[in-house]
Design a protein around this ligand. Structure first.
Ligand SMILES: [Zn+2]
Length: 610
């Protein structure tokens, strides 16, 4: 079902076409980590300040209640002044793209450029990307230069963009992608970057820079490698030799950004290698596109996906992570607004609105208007987006999801906050582990160390099934759930394994008629019990229905109601900190009740409390 849905969504995408910063920190003493954490709490940008793993976040929180940060403020300001680059005045930069076709259709005349500028002013857009190539069409050099200079003179920041579709010979699989073994395709790609790099000092690559080709040329070049190994090797080689090398040769100042698609659980099948690509490219970008969760065509994706992928890729790319990107396809205006909301909560310093031609069209201008009307409230929300925490949720790079593709998004939609990481959370008090964790060949010894330190591992049913019978795991009881059993805790090696049934995350599934299943009393109890266990480690809600997400942000918490019904709920966890709340920011009619505990959230509304 999942793969069918995905194929369809991919087809729709085609039709519509258009850090580990930890590397910086692991050796720093705790006192420095506290300063770093305090900087996050007090709203500095996430760029270089996210600790490597949620384990570090936990240790800071455990040792230093929030009030202890205040005396550190002066030091922090000093540190920030020394370490941080100058920040833009706004907490978030809005940007948009003129596709190569938009350049041809809208930026060839003075009048067209003026209209485009008016659109940017209305949307608060301070940065534009002007694309030189897409779908086999290369924009005219004179038009690109005229547009670039026009927007620069109007005070906007201008970058370039390339979309690697229509290079020539298509992939034998998803035909929007190319066959990168085919030499003429490689040469075409190189010529596009040689053409574009002298025009712009920054170039974004849209997320079609992958392949699933199995043509005879690819099959023979692959040799004894697996398809995954061959594609990863091929795309890294093409990146170096046909993109970065030629671009830097043509313009030594140019920075090249690789944008990753939102389908993070399938990267390994199509040659995306985020850790190695993040090391290779100057910056990375994150696809935070969300769709109607009821849509068969788009694969019933959950809104938490935008948060999960942004935080996970930030753990991979660290300070190179530049921002989020979404589009209006497959959305209503209401669903469209879930995207800026979620992207900003995830911490994107730049929000990229794809693309001018669509957003200014009669089909999608309602989405653009809705966004423009709320821009200021999102900018205020961005000032609270820092200090992300939750239960360390492990997805190694290039890991296969098995039967659990995008399970993380469903867990997040249960109101269970996740701290996504591509590194095993050594030292964490708790972790969420699913089939993806098997991508780490050292999983079992690492898990045993976590348990030996008294840790708790929340284990999905398919992973428990795979670990069951492993002689290295000294369990007194089978690691498996009985029929109609939804939750089971087993004490193992000094810690706890909490196994949860597939049925719990699937409570968030929205069917094609826009319905979610009514939980049985047994399921309802199991969900509450799971949340109680989670509340030992982070903040959650015991009484919120599925599809209400909880985002701990330092000492604050944002709660978003992604259901279609009004919700009243309470928070729990963090050793009673959630007892008496203060409202900090409310979007779209959300309020904190006078009791200081009940959050009232209309559909798609958000509330930030302290
Ligand atoms: Zn091929």
């Amino acid at each position: 079902m999942e793969s069918i849905g995905l194929q369809k969504s991919e087809m729709a995408e085609l039709r519509s076409n258009q850090h580990s910063p930890g590397a910086l920190f692991p050796l720093l003493p705790d006192s420095v980590m506290v300063c770093i954490y305090a900087v996050q709490v007090f709203g500095q940008p996430p760029a270089i300040l996210t600790p490597r793993s949620p384990a570090v976040i936990f240790s800071c929180q455990q040792k230093w209640p929030r009030i202890h940060f205040i005396p550190a403020l002066f030091t922090v300001s000093l540190l920030a002044a020394i370490l941080l680059p100058a920040r833009p005045a706004a907490a978030v930069v809005w940007s948009t793209l003129f596709t190569a076709q938009d350049v041809r259709d809208h930026l060839s005349s003075e009048q067209g450029r003026q209209e485009a500028l008016e659109f940017c002013r209305k949307m608060g857009i301070a940065k534009v990307y002007i694309e030189s190539f897409r779908d086999g069409y290369q924009a005219e050099e004179a038009t690109l230069k005229a547009a670039r200079d026009f927007f620069r003179q109007a005070g906007l920041t201008v970058s370039g963009c390339v979309t690697t579709t229509g290079l020539g010979k298509p992939s034998s699989g998803w035909r929007v992608a190319a066959c990168y073994t085919h030499r003429p395709n490689q040469e075409r790609l190189e010529s596009i970057f040689r053409f574009t790099a002298p025009l712009f000092d920054e170039i974004m690559i849209d997320d079609f820079f992958f392949t699933d080709c199995e043509c005879s040329e690819c099959a023979s070049a692959k040799g004894a490698l697996s398809w995954q190994q061959y594609r990863e090797k091929l795309m890294l080689q093409i990146s170096r030799e046909r993109v970065l090398g030629p671009a830097h040769a043509a313009n030594p100042r140019v920075k090249v950004i690789i944008k990753f698609p939102q389908w993070y659980d399938l990267f390994h099948q199509r040659g995306y290698v985020p850790d190695q690509e993040a090391a290779l490219f100057d910056r990375i970008w994150v696809g935070t596109e969300l769709r109607d969760p009821a849509s068969d065509e788009w694969g019933h994706k959950q809104q938490y996906m935008g948060y999960f992928i942004y935080r996970w890729l930030t753990d991979v790319g660290g300070s190179k992570t530049g921002g989020g990107w979404f589009d209006p396809f497959g959305t209503t205006p209401t669903l469209y607004l879930d995207q800026p909301l979620t992207t900003i909560l995830a911490g994107a310093p730049e929000v990229f609105l794809f693309h001018y031609g669509a957003l200014a069209s009669s089909e999608y201008h309602a989405q653009a208007d809705a966004m423009a009307a709320r821009r200021v409230q999102y900018e205020k929300l961005a000032t609270f987006a820092s200090g992300w925490s939750g239960i360390a949720t492990y997805k190694p790079v290039s890991s296969d999801p098995g039967e659990e593709a995008y399970i993380f998004d469903e867990i997040g939609m249960l109101g269970i906050p996740e701290a996504p990481t591509a590194h095993f959370p050594e030292g964490a008090r708790a972790a969420i582990l699913t089939t993806q964790a098997l991508g780490d060949t050292e999983l079992v010894p690492k898990l045993l160390r976590l348990l030996a330190a008294g840790g708790t591992a929340f284990i999905s049913q398919p992973l428990a099934h795979r670990l069951n019978g492993d002689p290295r795991v000294p369990t007194p009881a089978p690691l498996d759930l009985e029929k109609n059993q939804y939750l089971k805790t087993v004490e193992v090696g000094g810690g706890k394994l909490v196994m949860f049934s597939d049925a719990l995350p699937h409570l968030t599934h929205v069917d094609a008629q826009d319905r979610i299943a009514q939980p049985t009393p047994e399921l309802r109890n199991a969900l509450e019990e799971l949340r109680r266990k989670v509340s030992n480690f982070t903040v959650t809600s015991l009484d919120a229905p599925p599809r209400v997400a909880v985002y701990p942000l330092g000492g604050r918490v944002a709660v978003v109601n992604y259901t279609e019904l009004p919700v009243a709920c309470r928070l729990t966890g963090l050793a009673g900190m959630a007892h008496k709340l203060t409202q900090l920011n409310a979007l779209d009619g959300a309020t904190l009740a006078p009791d200081g505990a009940t959050l009232r959230l209309p559909p798609h509304a958000a509330l930030v409390v302290e």
